[in-house]
Design a protein. Structure first.
Length: 116
C-alpha cells in the first residue's frame, strides 16, 4: 500500500470512529446501534470494492537476466527464460536472455516467459 493511501485509510478510520463515539454519546443506544451497523456496512462494501478494483500488485514476481544459450535436440526442451505455471496470474520478466534453439521433431525452446 502506498504512503498516501495509508494516510487516507487511517484518517478515514479515525473520522468514522470519532463519529460513532459522538453518536453513542449524543443519542440513545438504539439509534447509535443503527448508525454503527450502517457505518459497518458502508466500510465493508468500500473494503470489498478496494480489494476488487485496487492495483493487482507490484513488479514482476520472477526475473531472469543475462542467461546463456541453450539447445534442445531429439524431442528435448531448452529454456533460457522463465517457465511458470499459473496461467495469466503468473508474472515474470526476462532481460538479455541467451538464444534458445530447438533442433529436430518434438523439440521446444523458450527465451522469454512461458506460462503453462
Amino acid at each position: 500500500m502506498h504512503g498516501w493511501v495509508k494516510v487516507v485509510v487511517v484518517a478515514g478510520s479515525a473520522a468514522l470512529l470519532a463519529a460513532m463515539a459522538g453518536t453513542w454519546i449524543l443519542v440513545d443506544l438504539e439509534r447509535a446501534g443503527w448508525v454503527a451497523s450502517v457505518v459497518g456496512g458502508v466500510v465493508g462494501v468500500a473494503g470489498l470494492l478496494a480489494g476488487l478494483l485496487g492495483p493487482s500488485g507490484g513488479g514482476p514476481v520472477a526475473e531472469a537476466s543475462r542467461t546463456g544459450d541453450a539447445t534442445a535436440r531429439g524431442g528435448g526442451s531448452a529454456n533460457t527464460g522463465l517457465r511458470a505455471t499459473g496461467g495469466r496470474s503468473a508474472r515474470g520478466q526476462v532481460r538479455d536472455s541467451g538464444d534458445a534453439v530447438a533442433e529436430g521433431p518434438g523439440s521446444g525452446a523458450n527465451s522469454g516467459v512461458e506460462l503453462t
